[in-house]
Design a protein around this ligand. Structure first.
Ligand SMILES: NC(=O)c1ccc[n+]([C@@H]2O[C@H](COP(=O)([O-])OP(=O)(O)OC[C@H]3O[C@@H](n4cnc5c(N)ncnc54)[C@H](OP(=O)(O)O)[C@@H]3O)[C@@H](O)[C@H]2O)c1
Length: 268
């Protein structure tokens, strides 16, 4: 099996690039080899490599910047995945793509299911939803895995590592306590993807659709409680106090859903 992986330098892409060689012949590309804003090059890369599976772990993930950098965000999160899907269809490849809890507005109070109606409240969420739609309507075989609150303890920029850094710099931290979600370790997301790919490809293709890939409802938390867990486990820190604050006390350019908890639903 030949896999074309895009986004090899992201949190998830980095882990996939480490774990996939055990099960497949891997071609892994980063932005320097393939810029997803160059849609012609995206199509060419698929045709040049002729993979059995395309895994798209690349994305425009700067949620606040996306509000003002909409063209780039749309190209990367919506247009490029749609091109990947239509090129996948031409060669009969399976497309695996990752999406986000931010396609939902967060107004629910029970876990989101894949069949719930999306209603993004920021541009990043809108662009990811448009990526989902483009893939869905391409006619290709695809698996879209929505996930949430992705972190890697040892790699990249994420909440986990930011908390570890801040806990060494500041005695008091104020952390938002009214946004609910499920943190997901990129190592687990990659491992779940690799495990799934050990099934026969024809069987996987027959399960085409949108799924929710998360650590499970028992991992549900708030940013405040997640920060406490991370910092409590640190042997050396200067942080002595973590205060819970409401979202209204931490204004951001892009709105965030208050409730991001998704039920984990994977192909059976
Ligand atoms: N991070 C989260 O909390 C979160 C939450 C829910 C869903 N997701 C989804 O999960 C997936 C993986 O996210 P992640 O956290 O691993 O993302 P990440 O760490 O931000 O990595 C994204 C990767 O995409 C690459 N990229 C951005 N623009 C590109 C372009 N024009 N051409 C080629 N590559 C480009 C980046 O390249 P550079 O390294 O060169 O910048 C980066 O390596 C994404 O689909 C994301 O939407 C993430």
């Amino acid at each position: 099996m030949k896999i074309l992986l895009l986004g090899k330098n992201g949190q998830l892409g980095y882990e996939l690039a480490k774990q996939l060689p055990a099960i497949a012949q891997l071609v892994a590309l980063g932005r320097e080899e393939l810029d997803l804003t160059d849609l012609h090059a995206v199509a060419q890369a698929v045709q040049a490599h002729q993979p059995d599976v395309i895994i798209n772990a690349a994305a425009y993930t700067a949620v606040d910047n996306a509000e003002t950098d909409q063209v780039n965000c749309y190209l990367i999160n919506a247009a490029a995945p749609s091109i990947l899907a239509s090129e996948a269809k031409k060669i009969g490849a399976l497309l695996i793509h990752y999406s986000t809890d931010y396609v939902f507005d967060g107004s629910k109070t029970s876990p989101y299911e894949p069949s719930d109606t999306p209603n993004p409240i920021n541009y990043y969420g809108y662009s990811k939803l448009m990526g989902e739609e483009g893939i869905k309507y391409s006619g290709s075989d695809y698996l879209i895995f929505r996930t949430s609150w992705v972190y890697h303890p040892d790699y990249g920029n994420n909440f986990y590592r930011t908390m570890q850094r801040l806990a060494k710099e500041r005695e008091v931290l104020n952390i938002v306590a009214d946004q609910h979600g499920i943190p997901n370790d990129a190592r687990d997301l990659a491992a779940d993807t690799v495990k799934l790919l050990q099934q026969p490809l024809a069987a996987l293709k027959s399960t085409s659709g949108i799924y929710h890939l998360t650590a499970g409802l028992e991992a549900q938390t708030t940013w405040y409680d997640f920060a406490k867990t991370i910092i409590d486990a640190m042997p050396e820190k200067v942080c002595r106090q973590i205060n819970p604050i409401p979202t209204s006390s931490y204004p951001t350019t892009a709105k965030r859903p208050m409730w991001s908890v998704m039920l984990s639903v994977m192909p059976s």
